[in-house]
Write a protein that binds this ligand. Sequence first.
Ligand code: ZN
Length: 145
Amino acid sequence: MPTDLPRQSPALRRVVAARAQGKCEYCQTPEQFATQSYSLDHILPRAAGGATILENLAWACLGCNAYKHIQTHAVDPVTYERIALYHPRRQTWGEHFTWNAEGTHLIGKTACGRATVDALRLNRSGLINLRRVLVAAKLFLLGDS
Ligand SMILES: [Zn+2]
């Protein structure tokens, strides 16, 4: 079992943020436009035995981190199956999510994507408004991260 790294290590935060290119690994919002600092998300929550190691950490905005909390699974709103949430280290964002034509709403492409959009509320009104402004200002690049 890998040894936990110090959770509050500034170096660890820098490494995880750089790996995520400064964006929330769930909603894709660039931290430079957030009003609050991003944090380390334990993909498998510490409460469930998740270690503080690079392979179990994601860079997440406060909203995504708070809605995810200790969840690891959620219900797909289409099939009503309980599905594992998106795992930023083991899965590719673009395989599970896409943008609507305006770039304001995230759409789940798979059961995992749909369950994650719902559970983490990836289309929160504040995010939609921010995306609208960033798209209009050409500061938000849509893509398959
Ligand atoms: Zn987020």
